[in-house]
Design a protein around this ligand. Structure first.
Ligand code: PLP
Length: 407
């Protein structure tokens, strides 16, 4: 099984043929096309957009607009004005909690999250609940790592204001049935907003935010082969127009009177200050790159590598994986433990062999408590990985077992 994308497309990987990069769920390596697009912006179109009355600034404005339209198309959002650029998925989710949440959640209301949430889609809601005196409930997971829909339904009622859930778990790789969850919420708590964390879905699955039907969808550029420091929030137009701004200052205003101010139209209302045009341009180039590969193939590639890894791991004594079993529908993220070998030791042993994996709580401590694990090791795959990378991981795990057997 070869890689989906040539390793030569990724300068960092091409420069070190020994490197086995299996931490794409933390951040993905960048294709040259993304680096080139950023360089071209600085070389040919660089100015502050929206501000100057001169041709170069108009060009920078057009480049920024085109990037917004490209990323919106990638995510299946027909109305590009409903796509806001942020600093990352964490900021996107905080934006919803800090604006819609502060304006709409009151004492006695209920906020529901799931046990699989990354801290980025857990802590903002927990803090909002504490600030407002709202009830904070955590829906448990079913055996396959998706949210337990029966339990979730039991948490929905007339005071439920927010249901926040991940599309794909960054620990388990399990894929939540977003449309089914949205339908449950619409039926039992029509006043509630649905907030979906797409940080691990947007890089790996075909995503159409409009078809999913969620009210808000967040994602981060750096996991999508795009640059760090840029993310997106797609929101329902009526909600974005009604909710208060996030940061205030330049670009996001309509009029500033001495005593009060009025706000620009969306998306500008939520993008105060000089925007991250380089980030948007790089992310748009990453969307081009992923679409050329085909997101259905990207998904299948990640699933097959994950399956290969799980099958190999389960042949090792003491190995245990978390999340959907081998062959099941999932994203290319596998969390595991290896007998008595601590995940941090395993990660160091693998690092010595040029294999990069993640070890720890993966910014999902509530989930780790429920798994009964303080830490796990995690391997995550992207388009540049192939079965030799999986074999290098398994060989490193065998070496770790040998080392500990003789320790
Ligand atoms: N949500 C999930 C599921 C994630 O895996 C991550 C990053 O690891 C985040 C949110 C945070 O994303 P960002 O780094 O873009 O803020």
């Amino acid at each position: 099984m070869s890689a989906l994308a040539p390793r030569a497309d990724f300068p960092l990987l091409a420069a070190d043929p020994r490197l086995v990069y299996l931490d794409s769920a933390a951040t993905a390596q960048k294709p040259r096309a993304v680096l080139d697009a950023i360089a071209a912006f600085y070389a040919h179109d660089y100015a502050n957009p929206h501000r100057g009355a001169y041709a170069l600034s108009a060009r920078a404005t057009a480049v920024y607009r085109a990037a917004r339209e490209r990323v919106a198309r990638f995510l299946g959002a027909a109305d590009a004005d409903t796509l806001l650029f942020t600093r990352g998925c964490t900021e996107s989710l905080n934006l919803v909690a800090g604006t819609w949440g502060r304006a709409n959640v009151a004492a006695g209301d209920r906020i529901v999250v799931t046990a699989a949430e990354h801290h980025g889609n857990f802590v903002p809601w927990q803090q909002l609940a504490l600030e407002r005196g709202a009830e904070f409930r955590i829906a448990p997971l079913a055996a396959d790592g998706t949210v337990d829909r029966v339990h979730l339904a039991s948490l929905l009622g007339p005071r439920t204001k927010v249901v926040a859930f991940t599309h794909v778990s960054n620990v388990l790789g399990a894929i939540n049935p977003v449309e089914e969850i949205v339908a449950l919420v619409r039926a039992a708590a029509p006043q509630a907003i649905t907030v979906c964390d797409g940080a691990q879905a947007a890089p790996h699955l075909p995503v159409s935010v409009d078809a999913l039907g969620v009210d808000f969808y967040g994602a981060g550029g750096h996991k999508m082969l795009g640059p760090m420091g840029v993310g997106v929030l797609v929101g329902r137009r009526a909600l974005l127009e009604a909710m208060p701004p996030w940061l205030t200052g330049g670009d996001m205003i309509e009029f500033v009177h001495d005593e009060r101010s009025t706000w620009n139209v969306i998306p500008h209302k939520f993008e105060a200050g000089t925007p991250n045009v380089e980030g948007a341009v790089g992310l748009a180039a990453a969307c081009d790159y992923l679409d050329a590969l085909g997101m259905a193939r990207v998904h299948e590639h990640g699933r097959r590598l994950a399956t290969l890894a799980i099958e190999g791991m389960l042949r090792l004594p003491g190995a245990r994986t978390h999340g959907p079993p081998a062959g099941a529908e999932r994203a290319g993220v596998v969390s595991f433990t290896l007998g008595e070998v601590h995940p941090h030791d395993l990660s160091s042993i693998l690092d010595a062999k040029g294999v990069c994996i993640r070890a720890g709580h993966h910014c999902a401590q509530p989930l780790m408590r429920r798994l009964g694990a303080g830490a796990t090791a995690r391997a995550s795959f992207s388009v540049y990985n192939d079965e030799r990378d999986v074999e290098a991981l398994l060989a490193g795990m065998r070496a770790a077992l040998d080392l500990f057997a003789h320790a």
